[in-house]
Design a protein around this ligand. Structure first.
Ligand code: SF4
Ligand code: SF4
Length: 267
C-alpha cells in the first residue's frame, strides 16, 4: 500500500548525498532522485514499508527501516532504473545476509537466513532422545527486528541453560553463548528476520516456554516458536505431551523426518 507522503521531507537534492557520510555507505539500497519520477510503482514491493514518496514527487528509502532485502530492485518495476545498490559496509552488511534469500552465510555456508533448523535432524542429529529442538523465528511476517530485540529474546532463553546451535549465524554473532549477548555495534542493525536455534532437555521445556513468554512481553517485534523432538521408542512425543498438558497452543507441522537421510552424527 502507498504510504502517505512525509510532512517534513528532506530536501530532495540531499537524499542521495545523505547516504554517504565520511566515505561510509549508510544505505546501499537507494533511489537516485535525478532519475525517479515518483510513479510509486516500487512502493508496494517493500515488505517493511521503507519506501515513501517525499513531497509527493520522489521516492525515498528510510535508512533505519530498510533491511536491504533487494525486493524493490528485484521486482524490476522501476521505469527509469532509479533504484540502485551500492557497496555494503559492516555492520550494515548484516541486513543483506539476513534479508536476501540468495545470500550465503560464510560461517554456515547455508543460503537464506543461514540455518537448516530441525528439518534435517535425521542427518545432523542436532538433538537426540530426551532433547527438544527449538527455533525462534523473529521478525516475520513483514515486521523485521533489530538485534537489540534478538538479544532480549536470547538472554531470556539463556537463563534456562540451553545450548545455542553453533551452526547458526545468530549464534555466531553472540559474544557470549552462555548469556546470549551480542556485539554492541550490531544491536541497531535491523534485519528482515532471523532465527535463534537451541536445544534443551525435555524436562526444561516448561521453563523454556516461560522464558519465551517473558521475552515476548519485552520486545518490539513478533516471533513464532518451533518446538520439535524425536518420537520415543514407545511412540510418544514428549514435547507434544507437555504442550497438551499445559494447554499451550500449537499448530502441528508435517515436517516429519522418517530417517531416510544418511546420518552425519550419531546421538
Ligand atoms: S531493499 Fe528491501 S527493505 Fe530496502 S527499500 Fe528495498 S524492498 Fe524495502
Ligand atoms: S519505481 Fe522508480 S521512478 Fe517510480 S517511484 Fe520508484 S524509484 Fe521512483
Amino acid at each position: 500500500m502507498h504510504q502517505a507522503p512525509s510532512t517534513t521531507p528532506a530536501p530532495i537534492e540531499s537524499l542521495k548525498r545523505s547516504r554517504i557520510v565520511g566515505g561510509e555507505v549508510l544505505c546501499p539500497m537507494q533511489i537516485d532522485p535525478g532519475k525517479c519520477t515518483g510513479c510509486i510503482a516500487c512502493v508496494p514491493y517493500c515488505p517493511v514499508h521503507a519506501i515513501s514518496i517525499v513531497a509527493g514527487i520522489k521516492a525515498y528509502i528510510a535508512l533505519e527501516k530498510c533491511t536491504e532485502c533487494y525486493a524493490c530492485l528485484r521486482a524490476s518495476v522501476c521505469p527509469t532504473d532509479a533504484i540502485e545498490e551500492t557497496p555494503m559496509t559492516w555492520p550494515r552488511s548484516l541486513r543483506l545476509v539476513f534479508g536476501r534469500v540468495q545470500s550465503e552465510h560464510k560461517e554456515t555456508r547455508v543460503p537464506g537466513r543461514g540455518t537448516e533448523e530441525m528439518k534435517t535432524n535425521d542427518v545432523t542429529g542436532r538433538f537426540g532422545d530426551g532433547q527438544v529442538g527449538f527455533s525462534v523465528d523473529i521478525g516475520r511476517p513483514g515486521v523485521g527486528t533489530d538485534f537489540t530485540d534478538v538479544e532480549t529474546i536470547a538472554m531470556e532463553i539463556a537463563k534456562v541453560g540451553v545450548e545455542f546451535e553453533p551452526m547458526n549465524p545468530v549464534t555466531y554473532l553472540m559474544i557470549d553463548k552462555k548469556t546470549g549477548t551480542f556485539q554492541e555495534e550490531i544491536k541497531k542493525e535491523r534485519v528482515h528476520s532471523c532465527i535463534i536455534e537451541f536445544t534443551t532437555n525435555v524436562e526444561k521445556l516448561p521453563e523454556t516456554i516461560e522464558a519465551l513468554r517473558r521475552a515476548a512481553a519485552k520486545v518490539n517485534t513478533v516471533f513464532s516458536v518451533g518446538c520439535c523432538c524425536r518420537v520415543g521408542k514407545d511412540g510418544k512425543i514428549a514435547a507434544k505431551e507437555y504442550l497438551d498438558r499445559h494447554q499451550v497452543f500449537y499448530r502441528p507441522n508435517g515436517k516429519t523426518n522418517i530417517g531416510l537421510g544418511k546420518p552425519a552424527a550419531v546421538t
